[in-house]
Every structure is written in C-alpha cells, then in structure tokens.
Design a protein around this ligand. Structure first.
Ligand SMILES: *Cc1c(COP(=O)(O)O)cnc(C)c1O
Ligand code: SF4
Length: 346
C-alpha cells in the first residue's frame, strides 16, 4: 500500500480526514507483513503509529529540520556521508519497503526523494572509498539497501571486495522485519559477497515485530555468517514504557541480535507526536540496567543536530568525589570507589 486511498480501502485510518495532504508531503508504504501486524480497530496501536500516516505530521515545530542529523554537511560525493574518520555511509538507494512516520531521513527517502545512484555516481562513491585508506568500515544505509535485488547487491559487494583497507561491511535495514521473505539464501550470500566481516543492524521498535517469518529471516542471516546488532528509536506511544522496551531488547537477544543503539528520536519535520523527553529516556535505560541481562542493554544515543555525530545520553553512574569516585548501583545506592575502609578491616 503506497497511498492514502489504498490504505483507507484496506480499512486503515478509515474515518480520518485530511490525510491526503500528508500523502502529498511524505511517502507512504506498508507491506503485507506490516499490515498483518496492525490492529485497525485500535487508534493507538503501536504498529499503526509507526506506519499509518496521521494529520499531526502536517504540524512542524521551529526546532525541527529537513536534515536533522546533518548528512548533507558531510557528503563529499553523492551517496557518501563521511562524518567520522574510519567509516562512511554508502547510500545507494533512497527507497524503503515501508515508510516509517518518524523517519529521520523523511525529506530524502521515498519516490520523490533522492533516487538511486546513477552508475557514474556509484563509480565515484566506490572510488572515494578506495582512495581513502582510513575507511575501515562501509555502512550501507539509505533508504533500505535490502530493497536491491541479490544480483545488484552482489555486484556492489564484489566492487568493495578488492579494497584492502575496508575490513567491515555493515547494513542498516528494516527488511528482515517488514519484508522477511526477501531474506532468502541468495540475499544472504549476496550480503557476504565482499568476503569481509559482515554486520547487519536490524531496525525494530516493538516486540510484536518479531513474527515467525521475521525470526526465520534472522536465523538465516546468523547461520549464513552475518553478525546481527539492533537499532531502535524511542517513540512515544510505541515503546516508551519499561515493559515494552524490556520485551523488545529481550526479543533481540533471543534472536541472536545484540542490542546496539536505542536512538533518541531525531528532529525530523512533523514528528512532534513521537518525541519523548531525554529525562524519560534516561529513566527507562536506567531501569533496564540490572533488571535485564547485560546482553539486553542498548546504548541510548542522540544524533546531535547539525552533523556533530552521536553521543550517549544515559546518565553516568559514576561521579568524581573528594577521593576517587562515587558509583551508584542499579538499585540507586551510592558507593565510594575505591572503598574508604582498608581491606584488613572488611
Ligand atoms: C550513525 C552514523 C555512522 C555510524 O555510527 P556508529 O556509531 O559506528 O554506529 C556513521 N556515519 C554517519 C554519518 C552516521 O550518521
Ligand atoms: S526504513 Fe529507515 S530510512 Fe526507511 S522510512 Fe523507515 S526509518 Fe526511514
């Protein structure tokens, strides 16, 4: 489903007026796998909130911006974002199988977005990577790189293969969750065709996204030799409560996906209804600590507007004291480190 009329014909957002203006402004996309997860009778359904357009998207606030994380400020050639010394983003496509309503690149993705790199642009992007020996890791994002056919992905990976200084290839994708049937053996083998260590960051925000088919896709990736990490966005009304967040992180770990990033929502236009305060985010990640296995702990990060990169937001458990540090435990009790009592007296 790619338009308001298709959505409404399928029973979503049926009595909502004014959505055409949203559809004119931002891309819409809901796959069959996602549609099956939405409860059309629940206006606050966390899956609907992520994918079904709302009129609130027409409201922008002064702090919101078209390029919230400053990709454009660090783009030396088309399709490359080189913000940190040792890694680049390679954005080969700007389309996705779904269009998340909170997307931080919503001004760039979609049918009216930046499109796919031309062959000449792709040549220039690969040449840039080959010329910059400090690039240790290439991160394929977009858009969603897994919308490419296995054949095109394989071609791309084979062009990275001879670049000696690139040791890691990482994909950021929502496909294993929203279009899991794409993850077949041909896809997995294409992802690994660079011969380099391959990581894939699975984007999921709610435990309901771990369906049986999605789990099969995760298993196929892991067993095919792809290391999995997670990324989620902290979203009001989707996962901004302890039980949902805990189930989400445990769901990742149960599927051999190591929780990696929990993103504070970016200041993308028309996403005010998703915003959670930093204090609330800090409180939630503090609650995860200790109550859940260490494997289930993501790093809570903010992408600082303007292209300054990501910084962890969690409150530090340690603070400088007169002698050494004061360190809080997971239950909130504070301890002196090193302890004041000599070892012999303990
Ligand atoms: C997020 C991001 C990366 C990857 O950062 P990690 O902390 O390594 O996951 C790299 N480049 C850009 C421009 C990014 O926005
Ligand atoms: S899959 Fe990623 S890039 Fe595509 S709409 Fe969702 S958040 Fe944006």
């Amino acid at each position: 489903m790619k338009s308001v009329s298709e959505l409404q014909a399928a029973g979503f957002a049926q009595n909502v007026t004014g959505l055409d203006a949203v559809g004119d402004k931002y891309a819409i996309g809901i796959t069959p796998a996602v549609a099956a997860l939405i409860d059309p009778n629940d206006p606050n359904d966390p899956m609907a909130r992520q994918f079904v357009p709302r009129v609130e998207e027409l409201t922008t606030t002064p702090e919101e911006r078209d390029d919230p994380i400053g990709d454009l400020a660090h783009s030396p050639v088309e399709g490359i974002v080189h913000r940190y010394p040792d890694r680049v983003l390679l954005k080969a496509v700007h389309v996705c199988p779904v269009y998340c309503r909170f997307c931080f690149r919503r001004e760039m993705v979609g049918p009216q977005g930046l499109g796919t790199l031309t062959p000449a642009e792709l040549d220039a992007a690969i040449a840039y990577i080959a010329e910059h020996e400090e690039i240790w890791e290439v991160i394929l994002t977009g858009g969603d790189p897994l919308v490419l056919s296995p054949r095109r992905l394989r071609d791309l990976m084979e062009r990275l293969a001879p670049i000696e200084h690139v040791k890691i290839v990482r994909f950021h994708t929502r496909v294993p969750v929203v279009e899991p049937e794409r993850v077949d053996d041909a896809m997995v083998s294409a992802l690994r065709a660079s011969g380099k260590t391959t990581y894939l960051a699975v984007h999921a925000n709610h435990p309901r996204e771990f369906t049986a088919v999605a789990k099969t896709a995760f298993a196929r990736l892991v067993e095919g030799g792809v290391a999995l990490v997670s990324q989620s966005v902290l979203l009001q009304g989707v996962n901004d409560d302890f039980d949902t967040l805990a189930a989400l992180m445990r769901g990742f770990v149960e599927n051999r996906i190591k929780p990696y990033y929990l993103h504070h929502p970016d200041l993308a236009p028309g996403t005010g209804h998703f915003r959670v305060s930093v204090e609330r985010g800090q409180e939630l990640v503090a609650q995860l600590r200790g109550r859940l296995s260490g494997l289930c702990q993501p790093t809570y990060v903010l992408d600082i507007p303007g292209g300054h990169g990501k910084s962890p937001l969690a409150n530090s458990m340690a603070q400088l004291a007169d002698q050494g540090h004061l360190v809080a435990d997971w239950q909130g009790n504070v301890h002196q480190y090193p302890p004041k009592t000599p070892n012999s007296e303990q």
